[in-house]
Design a protein around this ligand. Structure first.
Ligand code: GLN
Length: 502
């Protein structure tokens, strides 16, 4: 485990590997304290850079939040630190979580460590900032205040090399939690925290052959998570080791009054008892004509293997609205994003353009220069869906698809939905289907496709996000993975069954 390294050696290793794959947006240089207790003592972790921390910047891989330091810790960071995890750095991502490749980062792409990269693409420089107690107004300064009231924080930040070469055989790592997946895949950490709005934990986990868990919506606190689309955003966990992943989930599985969408303590089922016969549902509509032949074959061989077990029964199930989920997701996610990202106005957070022309206010130049092109595209799409032209035809229709999907799923599952109680005694315990439609594309290939074509790669992950279900990516071969989904609220059953499948 990386914990066996002393702090200096650990940083050297992180820096060396990350120079090739661009995994971290910042690497902390603080000494690792030796700790006596804590459920997660002796583990090393990384945090996606859209979760706030007081001792490192939170940038969402966006220029608009360059050097931004939050005056408070996210609940996730607080709970992990309380249980003695050593957080070594923040990880690179698609800007604000928008993408599925980790190519949409203002710090340059994260690459997939399962494929060879021979040259360095980034170099690191050291930076320091100082913080003063709980003073929000004067919280962060970048020049040494020469005052004992301030605490010093040293860290490394990447800068893309002036000329760099990405290996022509290099494949995308997936996104948007690509840095977190890469950190785990390259054995730099025991686990990493990602976030999943429409597949961002599951897809990169699949492409890097690791476990990636997206819990039920509302299960892990979003306090301190920079919102992309708040009705879909979840915090997820990535690891090679399912026991570590389950332990981390237990640490984070608490109600938090700071997050209005956090599930109440009484509604959290921690039941992990599986029946004598487990019914596995295979959704017909996910057997897409465009599914890669290798993935189809693996899917069949996995199902065949499971069928050999006496206590597993396979059932094909039909969920007709699955085919409408992708457009519904992109309508809702962009609408929510356009509203959430209105807060980045150059006044309250981060980057502020000092350009001001007679035609354009500073506010406009700040947003034009601060956001990347994919983010701007989504703000425009979302603003349309929320406008009087698009509201009933787009936004409300998409909500209708979401509602229908949840009703159809309630008919398919045996367990009742956590919130509305409907149940089908004849239903299945879990659904099983691929995570990705293909193996990870080459970086060069992916850089040249149209944005809308790239959205297609989310087709298998977004339905479970719309329904808020707990889903685990189970690695099954190089860059191939399968999603195991349970009914909303049945998080522990999903983890338990995955353990048995090992
Ligand atoms: N690729 C999807 C999107 O861009 C999902 C991203 C995510 O889960 N954050 O919206």
């Amino acid at each position: 485990s990386p914990i066996n390294q002393n702090s200096g050696r650990l940083v050297k290793m992180l820096r060396q590997v990350s120079s090739k794959y661009n995994i971290f947006t910042s690497i902390g240089l603080k000494e690792r304290k030796s700790v006596a207790g804590g459920v997660l003592a002796n583990t090393v972790a990384a945090l996606k850079d859209n979760l706030t921390t007081r001792d490192a910047p939170t940038t969402c891989s966006s220029k608009i939040l360059q050097d931004y330091v939050s005056p408070f810790d996210s609940t996730v960071a607080r709970l992990l630190t309380k249980e003695s995890t050593h957080i070594v750095g923040k990880t690179n991502m698609d800007e604000f979580g928008m993408g599925n490749s980790s190519l949409n980062s203002n710090l340059g792409p994260t690459l997939n460590p399962l494929y060879r990269q021979s040259t360095d693409i980034v170099e690191y420089e050291e930076k320091t900032f100082w913080t003063k107690g709980n003073d929000i107004n004067e919280h962060t300064v970048f020049e040494n205040p020469q005052s004992p009231q301030y605490t010093e924080h040293r860290y490394l930040v990447p800068r893309l090399k002036d000329s760099y070469q990405i290996d022509p055989e290099m494949r995308i790592v997936g996104g948007s939690s690509g840095g977190s997946a890469a950190a785990v895949a390259a054995d730099l950490v025991d686990f990493a925290i990602g976030t999943d709005t429409g597949g961002s934990v599951r897809l990169p986990s699949c492409y890097t052959s690791i476990y990636g868990y997206k819990p039920s919506y509302g299960r892990i606190s979003r306090w301190g998570l920079v919102s992309y689309a708040q009705s879909l955003d979840t915090v997820g966990i990535m690891s090679k080791n399912l026991d570590i992943l389950s332990n981390v989930f237990k640490v984070l599985d608490h109600h938090d009054s700071s997050d209005p969408t956090s599930i109440s303590e009484t509604q959290r089922s921690r039941n992990e008892t599986l029946g004598a016969k487990i019914k596995l549902g295979v959704p017909l509509e996910m057997n897409l004509p465009g599914l890669d032949a290798t993935i189809k074959e693996k899917w069949h061989s996995l199902l065949q293997k499971l069928q050999e077990s006496d206590n597993i029964e396979l059932h094909t199930v039909s969920i007709p609205s699955l085919v409408s989920c992708l457009p519904a997701y992109y309508t809702l996610v962009t609408s929510e994003a356009s509203s959430n990202l209105a807060r980045f106005d150059g006044i309250r957070y981060g980057f502020r353009s000092n350009e001001q022309t007679s035609q354009e206010p500073e506010f406009t130049t700040t947003r034009s220069n601060g956001f990347g092109s994919e983010v701007k595209r989504r703000i425009i799409l979302g603003s349309y869906s929320l406008s009087s032209y698009g509201y009933s035809s787009h936004f409300m229709n998409a909500n209708g698809v979401r509602k229908t999907l949840i009703n159809e799923l309630n008919n398919v599952f045996k367990d009742p939905h956590m919130l509305d109680g409907a149940a089908n005694p004849e239903g299945v315990d879990f659904l099983l289907c691929p995570t990705a439609t293909s193996l990870p594309p080459l970086v060069s290939e992916y850089q040249s496709i149209k944005p809308v074509e790239s959205y297609m790669n989310d087709v298998l992950t977004v339905p479970f996000s719309l329904a808020g279900l707990p889903v685990l990516n189970i690695p099954y071969g190089k860059s191939i993975g399968f999603q195991l989904a349970g009914q909303m609220g049945q998080d522990y059953k999903v983890l338990k069954f995955a353990q048995l499948m090992q």
